[in-house]
Design a protein around this ligand. Structure first.
Ligand SMILES: Cc1cc2nc3c(=O)[nH]c(=O)nc-3n(C[C@H](O)[C@H](O)[C@H](O)COP(=O)(O)OP(=O)(O)OC[C@H]3O[C@@H](n4cnc5c(N)ncnc54)[C@H](O)[C@@H]3O)c2cc1C
Length: 217
């Protein structure tokens, strides 16, 4: 189905459901409301909005993108935020964004979407662990890219006797004090985490198949 701003009745009658209330879900819901869609429902499996900023950040993390690059064009970050805000500041910013654009009443927390199916009127029914949400014109999937940690199948890893963690579980470097540590991966999280670990470890090495995304920690 195609919707157009020149057909407000059609837009008004649309029912949209957004899955996930991280950055993408929030801005998607705001934009849908701004084109005139009145019924927008947002489902989130966690008990809070924010996505990765609520669940994936380690204790000393900051954004790696500056506040000017990260903020929504329609909603600047507060002037007193540092150049690279903390996850807590990002969460506060997103919470205020939800209030400012009247999204809170549309967000249903603690509900996991399990399936989406076509119904006999050409729309979609959304099956969740709390029941069925029926009759949606559109479903927008904003469920993120970082939900499940991915550990590559490395021969010998299962029998390795020392500590192996995924970056998603990392909080503080204490566990690695005086150890020899190998950090696998060269993305932004790897650089930030390994830099912090190197302040307490006996030796820290980085391993990656590409240098494409390496950046200062
Ligand atoms: C450690 C870390 C640091 C990062 N740093 C930066 C940075 O500095 N700058 C930057 O621009 N980007 C950064 N990113 C990238 C970041 O992922 C994106 O910027 C953005 O926050 C992703 O938002 P999202 O809404 O797409 O996904 P997410 O934040 O992952 O949100 C998806 C939401 O969908 C929910 N969901 C998933 N499945 C279901 C389901 N079946 N039912 C209901 N709800 C569901 C999840 O619970 C989650 O709340 C970082 C990512 C990580 C992991």
């Amino acid at each position: 189905m195609t919707i157009s701003k020149t057909h407000p009745t059609t837009i008004k009658n649309c029912k949209c459901l957004v899955i996930g209330v991280g950055v993408s879900g929030l801005v998607t819901a705001k934009e849908l409301l701004e084109v005139g869609i009145e019924e927008v429902t947002i489902l989130e499996k966690n008990e809070s909005l924010g996505g990765v900023w609520q669940t994936h950040a380690w204790a000393s993390a900051t954004l790696t993108s500056s506040k000017w690059i990260t903020e929504f064009g329609s909603f600047p970050m507060p002037d007193d935020y540092p150049d690279f805000p903390t996850p807590e500041q990002m969460m506060d910013y997103l919470q205020v964004f939800a209030q400012r654009f009247d999204l809170e009443k549309r967000i249903h927390l603690g509900i996991t979407v399990e399936a989406i199916q076509r119904n006999n009127t050409g729309g979609y029914d959304v099956i969740t662990d709390r029941g069925i949400y029926q009759g949606y014109t559109f479903v927008v999937v904003c469920s993120g890219l970082h939900g499940k940690p991915s550990i590559p199948a490395i021969p010998g890893l299962e029998g390795f006797q020392e500590t192996v963690i995924h970056g998603q579980s990392y909080q503080k470097p204490d566990l690695f004090r005086d150890k020899r540590v190998l950090c696998i991966g060269l993305g932004e999280s790897a650089v930030g985490i390994s830099s912090e670990i190197s302040s307490v470890a006996a030796q820290t090495s980085l391993s990656g198949s590409s240098f494409a995304s390496i950046s200062p920690g």
